[in-house]
Design a protein around this ligand. Sequence first.
Ligand SMILES: Nc1ncnc2c1ncn2[C@@H]1O[C@H](COP(=O)(O)OP(=O)(O)OP(=O)(O)O)[C@@H](O)[C@H]1O
Ligand SMILES: [Mg+2]
Length: 378
Amino acid sequence: MIIFPDCRPVSRPMGVAVARIQVLAESVFRKIAAGEVVERPLSVVKELVENAIDAGAGEIAVAMLSGGKEMIRVEDNGCGFGAAEIEIAFQSHSTSKLVELEDLDRLLTLGFRGEALPSILEVADIDLDTADNNEGRGWHCRFRGGRMLEKKQVSCRRGSAVTVQQLFANFPVRRKFMKSDQGEMRPVAAFLENAALARPTIAFSLQHNGRTVFSYPAAANLSERIYQVFGKEFLDDLRPVDFTSGHFSLNGFISAAQTGVSGKGRQFFMVNGRPVKEKTLLAAFNNTYQPYLEKTRSPVGVLHFNVPPSQIDVNIHPMKLEIRFLDSQRVYQFLQQAIDATLGRPPRPQAVAFNEFSQPATVNGPVSGIDTTAAEAP
Ligand SMILES: Nc1ncnc2c1ncn2[C@@H]1O[C@H](COP(=O)(O)OP(=O)(O)OP(=O)(O)O)[C@@H](O)[C@H]1O
Ligand SMILES: [Mg+2]
């Protein structure tokens, strides 16, 4: 698992503790997958929570009113914004996480486009309370109508609280397409549950309309976090995985043989700390499990992959929901070996062994013999 440093992580320049927020050169931002990033309350929560994680937070508290339609607040105890950086951070294409395109090959942060804050500001009002020091010297900033209206010195603890209100107030069509309060809240809870499994050592909490939906204290390790989220019985059916091959490593928990659950809703894959939905992983996971489980059961997995950043492409989709492995064939085989090594290899017909395939498994379509459709998330 990647352990982020205590302050804003940098991929470059190396050796500098805190990277400055800068506007990307046009030649760089034109090559970054950008576009619509704010569609609903979930998108706002996702972007703000990812920022909090990148800021090195040890505690992230999310509060919402009316499914996030009235208010979303994400509070963290991360590195905070420097006074001079706040205005820049809300400009398009400004980021502290990337300077040139090659930095994507070294990327250890969730963000890199410099798009999230300006995109949220386009469709909502924002209040920011932040301090980048432990002396309580902080700032309160009020953004209305896309502009900063007020910036005043206040006393606050190190970290940031971003409060988003009036989401889509000036976009009645988008507002109309929002679901009921519960309908907007549920995917936020699911996203945070996944984030909590991706970062066990960070405390996460969610409040909705003043009621605590969940509160997970910082866990010592992944098994403690799984216990917090799903309970003891769930954890009892899992086996620890710890597997390394070359520069790829994997750790986490998977279903013991002859257990499993109904449906594929409990399969969580994290690549370099980023929760992903990736077809090769889903296919390898579910296909490999076939000899270990009854036909009606699906495997559970909470799996953290660590791969060299140069082996994945995260610059595919503006919302960064997808990644692509450079060598998906190797990834398929790697996961298969890890599962077999953990559960004890079952008799596997040669035809299912991955190295028999002449075509690599791609994320764009099934490869003969690999049932990628069977592996789609529910
Ligand atoms: N909670 C936070 N604490 C400290 N700094 C933050 C926080 N949120 C944002 N920042 C700073 O503001 C910058 C802009 O944030 P923004 O989310 O717009 O872009 P990004 O995270 O760099 O890229 P992406 O658009 O992919 O999320 C970040 O690069 C970071 O330096
Ligand atoms: Mg961001």
